[in-house]
Design a protein around this ligand. Structure first.
Ligand code: HEM
Length: 403
């Protein structure tokens, strides 16, 4: 389903002149967060010119990510040992999964090892996300004003990391791309110049937000449905134990194991259909067109609703029913299931998200079953769906003698 809004509203919300805090993809950052500090400008030989989008899509391709499955697994294990196991009585899921997705994004994308320091900034990341969809009034006390301050704080912290990395890369004879940050620092922009530290910090901040907030919603709702639907949990458990039984003690997951988790992935897809982490998006009309009897002029933006598209009964019979089998075979028809968007700007992180979600669910289901502590918890939207009390659950470890 789509809604339309005119250019005036677009300019207010999304133009490069408005103070949008972190729509990292449009070039808003460059105007808002201009800095004088720059990595020595150069058009020197041998260094590639690449858009940040190209660097990001290169790093987030499945054939690159496959090499990180065991790293993701060891981070997930460590996280569960630290944040879930000691709290067998009670875990607040939203809080815990946000830590996991943030730690993973910090380490994998930016090479940050000081996890505790960054986990402490969770609230600030959430504030910037809220600012992106807030009314753009920069007045003390508004969501938008708070988001601007938090975004400035986060970028400052990131600049410290970027400077350290630049120093390290300069010392290397043949600097190599270890992660996304190195990839961005080692390529030139369209003008043949290295990107400024401030611009790079803005891009990385946007990626960390895109990379952890959405995935934590998908995980929260998967865990919620697994608690509510024991027969679905049992199927997931069966699939996971098949993989676990074939592994040696302490052996980490690999790409082959991920490919075997098709039912578990269908469950996660169904959770994202019913509770999409991103509720909507905007697309700009490149030429006049007619849709459902409405003529949309060039330049207008169409707001597409993930929520109602994913629940269209023409494509999803009994749309409110949780049914992972919808994704078997060829799955839903193109553009009917859109939690990751669609077309040319489809989410670049969807394969990364698949890995981080599957690896986490594998580790959690292998060790525990769980019960919701608030049976009819209300779902709020800010801007993503979230259980009102953070989904408190009670964990019960499996009897290890039988597994
Ligand atoms: C369950 C997790 C996720 C969901 C539901 C999600 C959803 C979305 C959606 C709806 C869009 C807009 C697509 C469009 O306009 O057609 C998007 C774009 C994007 N996402 Fe994700 N995302 C997720 C995870 C991630 C992760 C983990 C990363 C990075 C590591 C990421 C990076 C991006 C980027 C870079 C874009 C912009 C693509 C472009 O404009 O070309 N996302 N995502």
């Amino acid at each position: 389903m789509v809604f339309f809004c005119g250019p005036a509203a677009n300019k207010f919300l999304f133009s490069s002149e408005s103070k949008v805090v972190a729509t990292w993809w449009p070039s808003t950052f460059n105007k808002l967060f201009h800095s004088n500090s720059s990595f020595t400008s150069s058009t020197s030989t041998g260094v590639k010119t690449k858009s940040v989008r190209d660097v990001v899509s290169g790093f987030l391709k499945m054939d690159v990510l496959q090499n990180y499955v065991s790293t993701i697994d060891s981070i997930a294990r460590e996280h569960i040992e630290k944040e879930w196991e000691p709290k067998e009585g009670k875990v607040v899921v939203v809080e815990a999964v946000k830590k996991y997705t943030l730690v993973l994004a910090c380490q994998l994308l930016v090479g940050i090892k000081d996890h505790e320091h960054w986990v402490g900034f969770g609230e600030r990341f959430a504030s910037v996300l809220a600012g992106i969809v807030s009314v753009t009034i920069d007045f003390p006390g508004t969501t938008f004003s708070k988001a601007i301050k938090d975004a400035q704080f986060l970028r400052k912290e990131l600049v410290v990391i970027i400077r350290e990395r630049k120093t390290r890369l300069k010392k290397e004879e043949n600097p190599t791309v270890h992660d996304l940050l190195s990839g961005i620092l080692l390529t030139l922009d369209a003008n043949g110049k290295f990107r400024t530290e401030e611009d790079t910090a803005g891009q990385i901040m946007g990626l960390l937000i895109a990379g952890h907030e959405t995935a934590s919603v998908a995980l929260t709702f998967t865990i919620k449905y697994l608690a509510e639907l024991p027969h679905v949990y049992q199927e997931v458990f069966k699939e996971i134990m098949e993989i676990a039984k074939a592994k040696g003690p302490g052996e980490l997951l690999n790409w082959g194991d991920i490919k075997k988790m098709s039912y578990t992935w269908n469950v996660t897809c169904e959770a994202m259909r019913l509770a999409p982490p991103a509720q909507m998006g905007f697309k700009e009309a490149l030429s006049d067109f007619t849709f459902a009897g409405f003529t949309i002029p060039k330049g207008w933006k169409a707001c597409w609703s993930v929520h109602s598209t994913n629940k269209d009964p023409n494509y999803f019979p009994n749309p409110e029913e949780f049914d992972p089998t919808r994704f078997e075979g060829n799955g839903p028809a193109p553009y009917t299931y859109v939690p990751f968007g669609g077309g040319q700007r489809i989410c670049l992180g969807r394969e990364y998200a698949r890995l981080e979600l599957l690896v986490f669910i594998y580790n959690l289901v292998k060790k525990f079953e769980w019960k919701k502590l608030v049976p009819n918890e209300r779902i709020t939207f800010n801007p993503s769906p979230s259980p009102e009390n953070g989904l408190p659950i009670c964990l019960k470890p499996h009897d290890t003698s039988s597994t």
